[in-house]
Design a protein around this ligand. Sequence first.
Ligand SMILES: [Zn+2]
Length: 313
Amino acid sequence: MSFRLFDAPLREPSQFVGFAGNTIDRQSENRADDSVEKALADPSTRLLLMHGGRLYLKPASDGFDPWFGAEESLPLQASLDRGVLLGFSESGPVLAVPTGVEPEQLPETIKAIDYRSVYMQGLIDEAAAGALAQGAALLAWHASHRFCSKCGTESEMRAGGYKRLCPACGTEHFPRTDPVAIMLTATPEKCLLGRGRHFAPGMYSALAGFIEPGETIEAAVRRETLEEAGIRLGRVVYHASQPWPFPYSLMIGCFGEPLNDNIQADLNELEDCRWFYRDEVRSMLAKGHPGNLFTPPKGAIAYNLIRAWADSA
Ligand SMILES: [Zn+2]
């Protein structure tokens, strides 16, 4: 009898997606209320500086350097008391810190680039992009959860930024991660791709939607595919996941097996949705499609789902 529970590739599919290269040792069991203070007293501490959905970058010999020292961050109005401790790298503690300087007022040597461009253009290495996803999600959560949702009092950051505590009613609040299902419906011959109304002209992608309270991942994949495309699914299998800091989601990528062929697209959600055969998909992945259709870029979990299917036979 073979043991199939761990019958998976040695390199996990999730390791191929953008924002997945985080190498920080979080040491979550050691987080204390003075963690940030202690880290800031350590001269080896490095900071990621963020403002309004943008990451600050310094020029470096081979591109950009996202890491700042605590001293170096002060002229950029870094709010060190609002920093969160991401954990520890080989060189020391790592924090994400919100800053006050608007992009247009920055010194000329420092750029403020939006997270999506940082990731799409590969401006920083995979480990730094992973740290960015962690820091961006945490800072966004703090920015939108300042007040206790039970009694309305302003709450206080605790545990290095992994908790907020209400001083009035004592309720503890923890950072959110919002799960999103993204699914490629496919047979051996064809797969289902759609176009959202906000997509770049020519781009087609896997369908996606938020997982709702009380729903399994598989149920969400089936519901979204039926709602958006009118396709009922049989088997659903998990493939890979991706941290997605817009603002704090986790993309959960699955394959679904269609039970019917006739698409009924929800045109409120999608501009178009249709079946694509393997050769056409391969030309889209290779950016050689005769009608200039293409998939999301390498690094996107949708790309990885589509690529895994296109390479699967
Ligand atoms: Zn409260």
